[in-house]
Ligand binder design. Structure first.
Ligand code: BTN
Length: 323
């Protein structure tokens, strides 16, 4: 239905088509036309509705669909099999379900919307249209301790790809949030299954959620102050989400192929937004403490100096920092 409405709008060009005319030509109700127009808008098409004149396709905007994404991946030479979803509960959950059902291939899963996106520490990750949601299902030969490297490599890859495609300068807030102009634009969630037999990784799922544009109606009030986007309102870029997905895949797979932890560490440090900063360390069951970030060690642990002079390396946890 949406495709048929779109075809009529394209054919009509500058001339607006009334809802009634579209309904008549497709032999459907006006309510069905309205629903299709809303779905097309949600998918990224800019459709103007002028009172009494009708609908006009203003621009195709940034459309994310399977065909466009496949073309972008091909352009970057990405051979990883793709599973694309218009909408899915969570690309990470889907990847884990596939792995549990015996999927042995490495895969890329991508979605234009998630209905139950998941974040770190059991939080949810709001995933409306306007973002890019993707997961890599990987079967690394590396031991379980290497899982942390998958995370830092992902942060470096995503930050690089966003900079390359947007021309902006992003940075990494420890551990793996990507920030632009003081706001979080990307979250990364790595989940791994460890073999009880040999302690190796059975599989790892590296999930990446990018706020590309603001969702319709803006961000939920609960995250409005902290969540940012790559592009502002009215700045729709042609197939940017597909190019971004392909760019992220290219960078990430290249880093994994090169298998040079020291290079990743250097790149991570260069992009770090917390080195040399005063941070507040938040740990469950403990009082908040402030500390200075002296360094990031080889395992990407924060080397902290607390106000009482104590020095400690922090491997996991949450910090608050003014960026
Ligand atoms: C965080 O910031 O807490 C991590 C957010 C990770 C979100 C991504 S979106 C794609 C993948 N699927 C999910 O359900 N989560 C990750």
């Amino acid at each position: 239905m949406e495709e048929k409405v779109l075809a009529l709008l394209r054919e009509s060009g500058e001339r607006p088509l009334s809802g009634e005319e579209i309904a008549l030509r497709l032999a459907v109700s006006r309510a069905a036309v309205w629903k299709a127009i809303e779905a097309l808008r949600a998918a990224g098409y800019e459709i103007e509705a002028a009172t009494r004149r009708g609908y006009r396709l203003v621009s195709e905007g940034d459309i994310l669909n399977e065909g466009i994404l496949r073309a972008a991946l091909k352009e970057e030479g990405i051979k990883l099999p793709l599973l694309f979803f218009r909408s899915v509960d969570s690309t990470n959950s889907e990847a884990k379900r596939l792995a549990a059902a015996g999927e042995k291939r490495d895969l890329l899963l991508a979605a234009a919307e998630q209905t139950a996106g998941r974040g770190r520490s059991g939080r949810s990750f709001l995933s409306p249209e306007g973002g890019l949601y993707m997961s890599f299902l990987l079967h690394p030969a590396s031991p379980a301790e290497e899982a942390m490297r998958l995370t830092t490599a992902a942060a470096v890859a995503v930050s690089r790809a966003i900079d390359e495609i947007s021309g902006k300068k992003t940075g990494i807030k420890w551990v793996n949030d990507i920030f632009l102009d003081g706001k979080k634009i990307t979250g990364i969630l790595v989940e791994a299954s460890v073999s009880l037999e040999n302690g190796g990784l059975e599989y790892a799922v590296v999930g990446i959620g990018v706020n590309v544009y603001e969702p319709r109606g803006g961000f939920d009030p609960s995250i409005r102050d902290v969540a940012g986007t790559i592009w502002g309102p009215g700045e729709k870029k042609d197939s940017a989400r597909a190019r971004l997905a392909a760019g992220i895949a290219k960078e990430y797979l290249a880093i994994l192929r090169e298998n040079d932890p020291e290079a990743v560490h250097r790149a991570y440090k260069e992009r770090s937004l917390v080195l040399g900063k005063r941070v507040t360390v938040l740990r469950t069951g403990r009082e908040e403490e402030t500390a200075l970030v002296l360094d990031l060690d080889e395992a990407e642990r924060l080397v902290l100096q607390y106000d009482n002079g104590r020095i400690e390396s922090l491997g996991t946890g949450e910090i608050r920092v003014k960026i």
